[in-house]
Design a protein around this ligand. Structure first.
Ligand SMILES: C[S@@+](CC[C@H](N)C(=O)[O-])C[C@H]1O[C@@H](n2cnc3c(N)ncnc32)[C@H](O)[C@@H]1O
Length: 234
């Protein structure tokens, strides 16, 4: 396991490579629970019918699709990611589900091609941890939100209790990596453990959110603290 932080190009290539298996692996490795956490994130984002929303680091589109259902046909959702293979799958899924109110945009989360104060709610699922500059990602997220709008940022989290921490490490090593290995993607999934170790904990995320301009921020731990949602309002 390496603790060297990958650069943006290698992160983008990695997500392009895993795109074909990403959804199935996610579903089986989380026993389907990631869908529940994503629904919670959409709820915590405060998205309502008719709103204009952003799903940052949208990947294959899970959260953007949920947001689109939440805002309805009068609303508008933008799914943004820099991995084109993930966006291609997201586009396909939206077409299959006849959700026309989503724009899929190739974009770098660290330099978003959106106007300031454009969105009324935002989600980000398992994206913040992968950014090479987390404060800059939060700065951009805050910039594109309207005053009073909320972002719900779902990600892995390092649990405080030692036995849960050990369980998480065991799970990543003994379940996630071998499952990825069966798909020929060992290296691609081995990055998760070190990335969780590097990732700011809940109170550090709250402090960062406040530093970049969010007026309120709370971090809600999920699953014994192995996951968490940062809910930040501008
Ligand atoms: C683990 S996936 C999560 C995808 C999706 N949000 C989900 O919850 O299933 C992380 C995503 O973040 C994207 N990503 C990482 N760094 C990025 C950046 N700087 N700009 C845009 N997207 C980025 C990757 O391409 C990848 O699709």
């Amino acid at each position: 396991m390496t603790s060297v932080q990958p650069n943006a190009d290698s992160i983008r290539d990695l997500f392009d490579r895993i795109a074909p298996v990403y959804d199935d692996l996610n579903q089986s490795l989380s026993l389907g629970l990631h869908r529940v956490w994503k629904q919670m994130a959409v709820r915590w984002s405060g998205a309502q019918p008719g709103m204009t929303c952003l799903d940052l680091c949208c990947g294959s589109g899970d959260l953007a699709l949920l947001l689109a259902r939440q805002v309805g046909p009068q609303g508008q959702v933008t799914g943004a990611d820099f991995a084109v293979a993930q966006l291609a799958i997201a586009r396909q899924r939206a077409a299959q589900q006849r959700l026309r109110q989503i724009d899929w945009i190739e974009a770098d989360a660290l330099a978003l091609p959106f106007e300031t104060a454009q969105f009324e709610a935002a989600t980000m699922g398992y994206g913040l941890r992968n950014l090479t500059d987390i404060p800059q990602g939060l700065t951009e997220l805050c910039r594109v939100l309207k005053p009073g709008a909320t972002a719900a940022v779902l990600d892995f989290h390092q649990p405080q209790q030692v036995w849960i921490q050990q369980f998480q490490q065991w799970y990543l090593q003994a379940v996630v990596v071998p499952a990825a290995e069966r798909c020929g993607l060992t290296e691609e999934y081995a990055y998760i453990g070190p990335s969780v170790e590097r990732f700011p904990n809940g109170s550090e995320q709250v402090a960062l959110a406040q530093q970049v301009g969010f007026a309120n921020a709370v971090h809600y731990p999920l699953l014994g603290g192995m996951m968490g949602v940062l809910v930040a309002t501008k």
